[in-house]
Design a protein. Structure first.
Length: 189
């Protein structure tokens, strides 16, 4: 069975319940394979985006795991995404830096336990964020670029062909867009 996970802390944008319920509904509509939806509420031992590392705590999951940030819009079938393992490489979005994004991740449970096991407070001082650290560890394959696209860079007029996931990193967020915007055809309960 596939586990689809998200991480929530500090009542995301003051709208955590709305974002979680809509993400869960989008997954239900677009993932036909048997799956369970897991909302991870990490403890306070990790701060900020580092809380995401709790996903890799050994024994937490079994089987294939798909992670989405809460500001993710699902617009198409997820079957191709879950057949791959990896992360978005930001060069596929036009970035010059060698960084894997952390907003959509796919892996098999146990394969990335070292992200939890090797984490120490020194990591937060040596790296700007979880994405830089995970990239340095060189443990992610690249997801096919057409599956996950950036709203800001690729999708303002709508998702391009083959896109199933739209990342809303930065601004705007889905709830900030006008009611008649194309995004609201997908961001539903």
């Amino acid at each position: 069975m596939i586990t689809v996970a998200c991480v929530e802390w500090d009542n995301y944008l003051g709208r955590a319940d709305e974002y979680i319920r809509k993400l869960q509904a989008m997954v239900r509509r677009h993932l036909a394979q048997p799956h369970q939806f897991c909302i991870l509420l990490p403890d306070d031992s990790l701060q900020g985006w580092w809380k995401k590392l709790a996903l890799f705590k050994p024994g937490r999951f079994t089987g294939r795991v798909v992670y989405f940030d809460l500001d993710t819009l699902i617009v198409g079938p997820l079957d191709e995404l879950v057949s791959h393992k990896g992360a978005v490489h930001l060069s596929d979005w036009g970035w010059v830096r060698n960084v894997h994004a952390g907003g959509t991740l796919v892996w098999d449970a146990g394969e990335r336990d070292h992200l939890w096991n090797d984490f120490t407070p020194a990591v937060t001082r040596a790296f700007a964020n979880d994405q830089e650290w995970m990239t340095t560890l060189n443990c992610w394959e690249r997801l096919p670029p057409h599956i996950v696209r950036s709203y800001r860079y690729h999708c303002k007029a709508g998702p391009p062909p083959g896109c199933s996931v739209v990342a809303f990193h930065g601004s705007p967020k889905m709830h900030e867009l006008p009611a008649n915007h194309w995004v609201h055809e997908h961001w539903l309960f």
